[in-house]
Write a protein that binds this ligand. Structure first.
Ligand SMILES: [Zn+2]
Length: 550
């Protein structure tokens, strides 16, 4: 998702309205419906998704969807009740297995389906869900998602889905929990014949139907998360190129509204630039088999897997502004770089529970700095990341409550990026740091993860236990304060406002000489002849306080 928190810079009140229901708040009373949405319930836990075939008709005239989803799954343990989610006002009309109609019991979006055939462990079974209706209309896509029904400048329908957080069950019936990704998926999307559907993966073919519609068959040959699945229906034109990447030739296909072809051919040059920079830092693009696409959408943008949606107005920056305030953010198109960055952190490495959403947004915000560094130099990238600090509030934890589909503070974007930038200083070896970033993508390739796995990997590979550092930045809300005082031939320092055991080493300069210090919460000193200045490397995201001077 692009950052909701960005709205902080422009219309703070709308951010609060949009996200207040989901911002981590430990006073929140969660309901049973929150748990049915956010937990791995017993009716989800016993089966493993293997395949979806979503076959639907999109009717812009009636703003409705209708069709079926075939759900294939492997039985892991004994159970006869399966949970499939679909949000009102869409209606699940029926569920059948091997031609036999099954009983549905509905509780909010959760539909509990009692299976008649005995579910034998190890078997792969199939279920066909039929549904129809007018789905939730997106009020403010992509944050407040659903389906966007709009028109282009020529009066053609322009339709798109977006559903991170809200959940894919807002527009199609599925196992709406992030922990279990389907292994592959076919999407057969029927649209009026003057329009085109662009979805994930590769176009297998188009059926021309007798009733004035066409059906586009898109196949995704890799695991995909729920909110990554999307439809985009419009009067698209197409251009493409082949990128010579780390794993060989990568198809890059671009679908834009007819009137925007010329602008897109210019602006989308940031596509291969992003691929070059991020393959360097993160390793090969994770979905060569499915190709890469940029698809124009009627909202700002979203990291839909292998079909990144774009609505940044063919301009640099974030809607023309630089989130870092340094000028570097105007050198490139925020939506192309950020949403493409998510192919590694969101689509390749995916959170199991939305509470750990920083794994998507922290790393991807950080990728903006890495892109800047790759093309404009190391200091430019660092300036960009430091500049993002203006958007950090340090008032709520980044990690939210588990099992209730909640996400933490919008700080997960800029503070997550600054945490990673700080850890790079600790590693103090650019080659090793790059190996850690690439190693994450290799180790957790096509997996859903917990933050503990990511934290553990970084600790292990930088050779230092960073648990307390992660606790401070991700689970607490306040910034560590490094207090210091210059006293005779000593520099004295200590941490305050930190979790017990906090052990971030710091690169500082005493009279311009580099020193590494390992402060604790007790005063310690480093002797130095006539220290008259003490400066912490600004790349460490901490508060520095001259106790005598304050
Ligand atoms: Zn994002």
């Amino acid at each position: 998702m692009k950052r909701a928190a960005i709205i902080l810079f422009t219309t703070f009140s709308s951010f609060v309205i949009l996200d207040s229901s989901k911002v981590a708040n430990h006073d929140t009373n969660y309901s049973r419906l929150d748990s049915l949405r956010g937990m791995i319930t017993p009716e989800r836990a016993w089966w493993d998704l293997t395949y979806y075939h979503l076959a639907i008709t999109v009717d812009p005239n009636t703003k409705s969807l209708m069709g079926t989803n075939r759900v294939d799954y492997k039985v892991l343990s004994e159970n006869q009740v399966i949970q499939i989610d679909l949000q009102a006002p869409l209606v699940m009309e029926s569920a059948e297995q091997n031609g036999v109609d099954l009983e549905l019991k509905k509780e909010g979006p959760a539909h509990f389906i009692t299976l008649k055939e005995k579910q034998e462990i190890g078997n792969v079974n199939s279920l066909i869900i039929k549904y129809s209706g007018q789905p939730v209309v997106a009020e403010n896509a992509p944050w407040d998602g659903g389906i966007t029904w709009t028109k282009d400048n020529n009066g053609n329908d322009f339709v798109a889905s977006s559903c991170q957080g809200l959940g894919a069950s807002v527009w199609w019936p599925c196992k709406d929990h992030m922990y279990d990704e389907v292994d592959s998926m076919l999407m057969s999307i029927t649209v009026p014949k003057h329009l085109m559907d662009v979805s994930n993966g590769r176009l297998r073919g188009v059926d021309k139907n007798k009733n004035g519609t066409n059906t586009y068959h898109w196949f995704v040959n890799n695991p995909i998360n729920n909110y990554g699945v999307n439809i985009n229906v419009g009067d698209y034109v197409h251009f493409n190129e082949i990128y010579d990447g780390e794993k060989g030739p990568l198809t890059m296909d671009y679908y834009v509204l007819r009137d925007n072809l010329k602008k897109a051919k210019q602006q989308f040059k940031d596509g291969p630039r992003t691929m070059e920079a991020l393959e360097h830092w993160f390793g090969p693009y994770p979905f060569y088999e499915d190709g890469y696409k940029l698809v124009e959408a009627p909202y700002l943008g979203m990291e839909h897997q292998s079909s990144v949606t774009y609505g940044n107005g063919y301009q640099n920056g974030y809607r023309g502004t630089d989130l870092s305030g340094t000028g570097w953010g105007l050198k490139w198109d925020y939506i192309i770089i950020h949403e493409t960055g998510h192919e590694w952190f969101a689509n390749n490495i995916t959170y199991k529970d939305m509470a750990d959403m920083w794994v998507h947004e922290g790393f991807t915000s950080y990728s903006e700095g890495l892109f800047t560094e790759y093309f404009y130099g190391k200091e430019a990238g660092a300036e960009y990341i430091r500049g993002l600090r203006a958007g950090i509030s340090n008032t709520e934890p980044i990690i939210a409550d588990y099992g209730v589909n909640a996400h933490g503070s919008g700080d997960m974007y800029p503070k997550g990026a600054n945490l990673l930038h700080t850890l790079r200083q600790v590693v103090n070896d650019d080659q090793k740091w790059r190996e850690i970033l690439r190693g994450l993508n290799e180790t957790f390739y096509h997996q859903t993860v917990t933050t503990q796995q990511i934290e553990g990997y970084i600790s292990q590979n930088c050779g230092r236990d960073l648990q307390y550092v992660f606790d401070q930045y991700l689970r607490g809300s306040s910034l560590p304060v490094l207090e210091y005082v210059l006293k005779e031939n000593n520099v004295l320092y200590r941490w305050s406002g930190v979790v017990e055991g906090f052990n971030l080493p710091i690169r500082a300069y005493v009279n311009s000489t580099e020193v590494w210090i390992e402060p604790t919460t007790s005063w310690q000193g480093t002797s130095f002849a006539s220290p008259d200045s003490f400066k912490v490397d600004p790349n460490f995201y901490v508060t520095v306080l001259d106790v005598m001077g304050s």
